[in-house]
Design a protein around this ligand. Sequence first.
Ligand code: ZN
Length: 200
Amino acid sequence: MSVSFPDLLDPRKAVAQRAVFEGELALWRLPRLAPLLWQAEVDGPEQQDGSEDGGSVRYRFEFGPDADGRGTARGRVAGQLPLRCQRCFERCELAVDAEVRLALVSGIDEAKVLPPQYEPLMIEDRLMRPTDLIEDELILAVPAIPRHPEGDCEPPRLLAGGPLTSAGGEQQASVAETSTHPFAGLAALRQERDDPKSQD
Ligand SMILES: [Zn+2]
């Protein structure tokens, strides 16, 4: 039998009880994830509760000892995240289906010697917020620059209606590309600096 995550959970007790948690979580309940998501505020306050339009994910976590007696939590988080495409600035959906294998540890030393299949779950206090496990996983899944698949959308046509007034026509064509290589200028600068042209 499984229940949904409580607000607070004693992970050691959950391991001892081999507890299973399963349910659906509305994304608006995850405050660290929320700023990364598409915000539909424009449509007014009717959707304030966010439960339908804001999206949700399904999860299942099983706690219990592994073969070595180590306290573990194995979970899966799946759903669609509404993000803002950084090419066209419209909404795009990211399908997430993440498997999590955590081992309870009470310090860095314990974390260091974990077998590679586990991520450490640091237990500082007796109780933890179990939805943090879901939120951490979703935050990891969000790409640095969310975008629709290549060719599915175009940048907004801000430049429609003629060439730029200043600084040469070449700039107009390369605006979209420049934004995808924010460090290109920096790299060039570094190269110049590292160039050993002034040897003493
Ligand atoms: Zn797009």
